[in-house]
Write a protein that binds this ligand. Structure first.
Ligand SMILES: CC(C)(COP(=O)(O)OP(=O)(O)OC[C@H]1O[C@@H](n2cnc3c(N)ncnc32)[C@H](O)[C@@H]1OP(=O)(O)O)[C@@H](O)C(=O)NCCC(=O)NCCS
Length: 171
């Protein structure tokens, strides 16, 4: 734990119920049903290492989580790694915590990739977000330094993709 009471845990030692409560409150996909949120998260957790959850705790309480998803197999030279989902409980938003979680957790994902495949030189990290999600875009632009790389419309609203090439050996 750091001096300010913040710690980061994962990918396996995570509180699924705590993530489920945040997921249910922050996203429409499991809105109104903690059991569905739990089921979704525990299934993703069990697909480790393809999907990896990390949580940020403030004085031992789960404030937020991030899920990183690997794409395309283990042995690519430039594995694509998606920041598939991130959310913080309402009272922990706007405090700069998401960036800390992204930075720390990606180091752990990078370490895994580096160990798993000596061929992997750099990761193509990316994220999709609604173009009108101003807090998310503002925060993502601090880490995903690339320009918008594409758009899609899967959930009835336009999303944009930001990306960043991250050298793995140096991470
Ligand atoms: C998006 C999210 C993960 C950002 O994490 P965070 O730790 O709150 O990010 P930051 O503290 O760096 O805030 C980023 C910017 O958004 C603003 N912001 C954050 N939360 C906000 C909120 N609830 N309402 C309005 N503005 C907010 C911050 O003030 C900051 O702007 P600033 O740089 O001008 O001060 C978090 O707000 C969240 O959980 N949102 C709900 C779930 C979500 O949208 N996830 C992303 C899906 S792609």
């Amino acid at each position: 734990m750091m001096n300010d009471g913040i710690s980061i845990e994962g990918p396996l030692d995570i509180d699924v119920a705590a993530i489920a409560r945040i997921n249910e409150a922050q996203f429409r996909g499991n809105r109104g049903s903690i059991p569905h949120a739990k089921k979704w998260i525990s299934r993703l957790k069990s697909s480790f290492p393809i999907y990896q959850y990390y949580v940020l705790l403030v004085h031992g309480r789960v404030a937020g989580y991030v899920g990183w998803q690997l794409h395309g197999g283990f042995l690519r030279e430039e594995p694509p790694v998606e920041l598939e989902q991130i959310a913080f409980a309402q009272e922990f938003q706007g405090k700069g915590l998401a960036l800390r979680l992204i930075e720390k957790s990606f180091k752990m994902v990078a370490e895994f990739l580096h160990q798993e495949s000596p061929l992997a030189q750099q990761a193509v990290s990316f994220v999709w977000t609604y173009e009108d999600n101003a807090p998310a875009l503002k925060m993502y632009r601090k880490w995903f330094n690339g320009e918008v790389r594409g758009t899609r419309n899967l959930y009835g609203k336009v999303e944009v993709m930001l990306s960043r090439i991250v050298p793995l050996a140096a991470e």
